[in-house]
Write a protein that binds this ligand. Structure first.
Ligand SMILES: [Zn+2]
Ligand SMILES: [Zn+2]
Length: 296
């Protein structure tokens, strides 16, 4: 399993890639633009192109994922906010396509009590609109719907909800899924034992399908199981713990899916020791899985 790290692009895109290399990541994730501002990305076409080329034949980093702006809310009942969100998603996707990203991870947003049925057509129109507006070359960049921690009417708190959105979009193949371990835990879906982790994989299989799952976000949790809040902790320092994370990482069906750390580190994001801890957790999971196979 490839282990990845979210890297900051404050000093530029290519330096962010180099930071990923320095912490030992096989895959990196970058914000396409400032995550808490509407202001569009300042990267010119030549900057995007230089990143794309640096990534394309990189000896150790095999893929880049992008994460979209947090402010986007495709489910908003406020038409002004919904329109702003659509424009912002298009801009995020253009940047992600420009750098040759393997996917743009997106939080769908909150329907703010207006109901998923009301929001669903808007969500679908926004997703398909952004995908249709994106230039198809040099490589297609799917939008990856991330599972939500479940706070305040957020859409995507279960695999069934993610599948509902994808089905409503006609099963469009440009839509994928990103599964965040902390959000899963906070939304009250446990994977602490091998049996529970198997059940999670089975839920993915029977709803969105494993082939749509393009990346994991690998995070421990600062909040309790079922607390419905999005608070990431360093692996082994939260309420999930290494054992439970290992159970999920060891599932045979997930081995081709990269696991990207979005942990705080010492405040600056994932460090080399966090990447090393993630690799140990994965190895532990695979070893346990192998041992249970041996038992029959
Ligand atoms: Zn996210
Ligand atoms: Zn995440």
């Amino acid at each position: 399993m490839r282990i990845g790290a979210h890297v900051r692009a404050g000093r530029g895109l290519v330096p962010a890639l180099e930071h990923g290399v320095a912490v030992g990541a096989d895959v990196v994730q970058i914000f396409t633009q400032s995550p808490r501002q509407w202001k569009a990305s300042q990267y010119g076409p030549e900057v995007l192109e230089s990143y794309r080329l640096a990534q394309a034949d990189h000896p150790s980093v095999s893929a880049t994922f992008c994460h979209a702006t947090y402010l986007i809310n495709l489910a908003s009942p406020d038409s002004e906010l919904a329109a702003k969100s659509r424009t912002c998603l298009e801009a995020n996707l253009a940047t992600a396509v420009g750098i040759g990203a393997a996917g743009l991870v997106l939080h769908i947003g909150s329907h703010r009590g207006s109901g998923l049925d009301r929001a669903l057509p808007d969500i679908v129109a926004a997703l398909l609109g952004a995908l249709d507006a994106a230039v198809p070359a040099p490589s297609p960049c799917p939008i990856l719907l991330e599972n939500a921690a479940g706070a305040g009417d957020t859409v995507g708190r279960s695999f069934e909800e993610l599948a509902m959105v994808i089905d409503a979009a006609g099963g469009d193949e440009r839509l994928g899924v990103c599964l965040d371990t902390q959000h899963l835990w906070a939304s009250g879906i446990s994977f602490a034992t091998d049996a529970e982790a198997d059940a999670v994989v089975e839920s993915v299989r029977s709803t969105v399908g494993v082939e749509r799952l393009r990346c994991l976000h690998l995070n421990d949790s600062k909040v309790a199981y079922g607390a419905n809040r999005d608070r990431h902790a360093n692996l082994g320092e939260g309420t999930i713990g290494i054992d439970a994370l290992a159970a999920l990482l060891g599932r045979p069906a997930l081995q081709a899916v990269p696991a990207i750390l979005e942990v705080p580190g010492a405040g600056e994001g994932p460090r080399s020791e966090d990447v090393a801890t993630a690799r140990r957790a994965w190895e532990l999971g695979v070893r346990r899985q192998g041992a249970s196979d041996g038992d029959g």
